[in-house]
Design a protein. Structure first.
Length: 138
């Protein structure tokens, strides 16, 4: 049923990588994410990525904008450095086991899928299913 697709437990990522390409610099990191990712070598498409540096943990904000830079030339990256394209054309996260909460939860707000999201293929499918359900086509 179409309603079941709205819940986190039924979400099946298409591994298209669009969220990691489009939103990786707009997610906010929580202190717990920063603590988990700071001062460690992380696998990335550049090999071991040492480019993650955060402002002082004493800074008064609870979340911080993240910006990733190319480890060789210092330019700001256009997609998450941990997004790896597989040989089959799908994508995966090189730090999946420790990735930030915002990345892990996308495209959900709480327990429900965020239907205002425009980049996620699964959300597009759910919106189309809801339209068809509303119009009596299902």
């Amino acid at each position: 049923m179409v309603i079941e697709k709205l819940f986190r437990d039924n979400f099946e990522c298409k591994r298209c990588g669009e969220c990691c390409k489009s939103y990786f610099n707009t997610f906010r990191l929580r202190k717990e994410d920063i603590d988990r990712l700071s001062n460690r070598k992380l696998p990335s498409r550049f090999g071991e990525y040492l480019g993650i540096k955060f402002i002082s943990k004493d800074f008064p904000l609870k979340t911080y904008d993240r910006f990733f830079y190319h480890p060789e030339d210092g330019t700001k990256l256009e997609s998450c450095p941990f997004l790896i394209e597989r040989d089959d054309g799908f994508y995966e996260c090189a730090i999946n086991d420790i990735k930030p909460v915002a990345c892990r939860n996308f495209p959900f707000t709480g327990e429900f899928i965020d239907l205002s999201e425009t980049i996620c293929q699964v959300v597009d499918e759910v919106r189309e299913d809801l339209r068809r359900y509303r119009d009596g086509e299902m």
